[in-house]
Design a binder for this molecule. Sequence first.
Ligand SMILES: Nc1ncnc2c1ncn2[C@@H]1O[C@H](COP(=O)(O)OP(=O)(O)O)[C@@H](O)[C@H]1O
Ligand SMILES: [Mg+2]
Length: 252
Amino acid sequence: MGVGIDVENLNAWYGSTHTLQDISLNIPANHATALIGPSGCGKSTFVRCLNRMHETNPIARATGIVKMGDVDIYQDANPVEIRRRVGMVFQRPNPFPTMSIYDNVASGLKLNGFRNRAILDETVERSLRAAALWDEVKDDLKKKSGASLSGGQQQRMCIARALAVDPEVLLMDEPASALDPVSTSKIEDLIFELKRQYTIVIVTHNMQQAARVAENTGFFLNGKMVEFDSTHKIFTNPKDKRTEDYITGRFG
Ligand SMILES: Nc1ncnc2c1ncn2[C@@H]1O[C@H](COP(=O)(O)OP(=O)(O)O)[C@@H](O)[C@H]1O
Ligand SMILES: [Mg+2]
């Protein structure tokens, strides 16, 4: 099942540049939360702080509290375990190019020490089904490389790879912005299915997409979160003038 995330006073830096400033929000379990805002406002940095990827950059640091359920991810947990519990999908599908579809999806499990063939087979199938890709690839699992799939299929394979290690949260950083409209709508349909089981955080440049998939939306600007509310409220009656200017296309 998904787990909620409570963020309190999160700040993040690259070197001396203060990139995220005092971000606080509650991300509810088993819902999709969208993050919108102009390029460079800190959306990707924010999601990378939710699975401790931010700190893998040697010049980066973060302060504040991020709680996943009862676990304070910066105090009580090790980063490897957090990255298993909080999966991530990026803008560009990033398959391991020389690996088969099967090995791509199984890669995280193998890294975590799973060797049992039956368990791997079962998990690869379940993950590919959950990512709505199984029917398209089931006859080619070990024959085709992950990189031989179309862009939209690769992205769903990367979602399957993230799901295979049994996460509770799925972070999606502009997962459809490099895809064609048909693939984009498959990803959006998938988000509806996935949020029954996982907590979803999706960064998107596409405001219609946020409106379609997410119950709640946060608007980021210059490293701050200007407003966080139900998606409906953000798009119909935002409190802040800057949110209104952004959603009506006056900047960004
Ligand atoms: N690896 C990095 N090193 C230094 N600065 C970075 C790095 N990644 C992002 N930044 C800077 O942090 C700010 C926020 O970037 P980012 O989180 O990628 O924004 P967004 O995803 O909203 O476009 C930008 O000014 C960007 O240049
Ligand atoms: Mg980004």
